[in-house]
Design a protein around this ligand. Structure first.
Ligand code: G3I
Length: 336
């Protein structure tokens, strides 16, 4: 169709990306992806369970397909993610006897060695392709006094898994910007813990280049002002900032369920997207990428979270057609 291309509209602001799997590379979806986006993230294909399901056995089929599509269409690639507490195979956290690790020095050494080997393999393979890596994902828990999530990574290594991940990533992928990525960074209590961690890591010389804001929201949250505060808070650190996983659920409570999105929700969603993009543009000197967590409403993680129901969180609808939110972010009136 003849609608404006998002990547053209935002050409002087920031690259605009979408998280995809292999279905989004094909046919009409692939055309939509290539037309509107100049950055791509693998929604699942570069995670540990996808790339190294068995120790030392690497599977790159889906990740390679996404990278090849990006090359063919001159798109950037965001790498997601080396270290997470989800989608990590059980073997990673088993000790030398195949039992779940306890916090011993030997297990710490083993776990950090596995982490290093994983990052060397995956990061090395895509060293010429990935422009930014989410080196660690969702490591903050604002309810802990030190702000660190009590994952198995933390239980076995303390903060060292984060230090190791960034240092190895820098060695093996020296051209990639290295990010710490998290959600709810628009919540002051959370972002303060993230800020403190990044400040500490930088003071130690750990090579953190940027903060990734996931920005999973809904039709009423967060506001533009909350989004502005989210970006402004990190300016003193002098780091790059990227919006890494944005989407806008049409729901505000778990008890709602629509099979088609009501017009008033789509209008609220459009206003929400507009408010966020206005903030991103205001800070375009600091924001180096904006990525949506999906291509179109036909496939979204929100269909199964927080409950099973159809959601409609993106800029294109289930038929891949532009929604009110699309027209709002490009600053044009929807054709009638
Ligand atoms: O691969 C299996 C497949 O073999 C099986 O047939 C199918 C049946 O359900 O499941 C497939 O695994 C699913 C996987 O996505 C790949 O499609 C998992 O069940 C499903 O839980 C998994 O969900 C992903 C989720 O992360 C896992 O935590 C979502 O697609 C992905 O969008 C989501 O992304 C995360 C970011 O990485 C981090 N930030 C939050 C964001 C949303 O949760």
């Amino acid at each position: 169709t003849g609608i404006p291309s998002l990547k053209t509209v935002f050409a002087s602001d920031f690259p605009i990306g979408a998280a995809v799997g292999r279905p989004q590379l094909l046919a009409e979806r692939g055309q939509l992806l290539a037309k509107h986006f100049n950055s791509v993230t693998a929604g699942n294909a570069m995670k540990w369970d996808a790339t190294e399901p068995t120790e030392g056995v690497f599977t790159y089929t889906d990740a390679d397909a996404i990278v090849a599509f990006a090359r063919a269409n001159a798109m950037l690639v965001r790498g997601h993610t080396f270290v997470w507490h989800n989608q990590t195979p059980a073997w990673v956290f088993n000790d030398a006897n195949g039992q779940p690790m306890t916090a011993t020095a030997a297990n710490k050494t083993l776990l950090l060695a596995r982490l290093e080997a994983h990052i060397r393999a995956v990061g090395g393979r895509y060293a010429n392709d990935v422009s930014a890596w989410d080196v660690v994902n969702e490591v903050i828990d604002e309810n802990q006094s030190d702000g660190l999530r009590r994952s198995t990574w933390y239980a076995i290594t303390g903060l060292d898994y984060i230090r190791t991940a960034f240092r190895v990533a820098r060695q093996v992928a020296p051209n990639a910007k290295l990010f710490i990525n998290d959600y709810n960074t628009n919540v002051a209590a959370k972002r303060d813990k993230l800020y403190n961690l990044v400040a500490q890591l930088k003071a130690e010389g750990v090579p953190v280049d940027g903060v990734g804001h996931q920005q999973h929201g809904n039709v009423s949250w967060p506001t533009g002002a909350e989004t502005d505060a989210m970006i402004a808070a990190f300016l003193p650190l002098g780091v790059e900032q990227q919006i890494t996983e944005m989407d806008t659920s049409i729901y505000t409570s778990s008890s709602e369920s629509f099979t088609t999105p009501p017009a008033d929700r789509l209008a609220s969603q459009a206003a929400r997207y507009k408010a966020w993009f206005d903030v991103y543009r205001k800070y375009k000197a600091n924001i180096t990428s904006v990525t949506l967590w999906g291509l179109a409403d036909d496939e979204t993680w929100l269909d199964s979270y927080p409950v099973s129901r159809k959601d409609f969180p993106l800029l294109f609808d289930v038929q891949l057609q532009a929604k009110p939110a699309y027209w709002a972010v490009i600053g044009a009136a929807s054709p009638t």
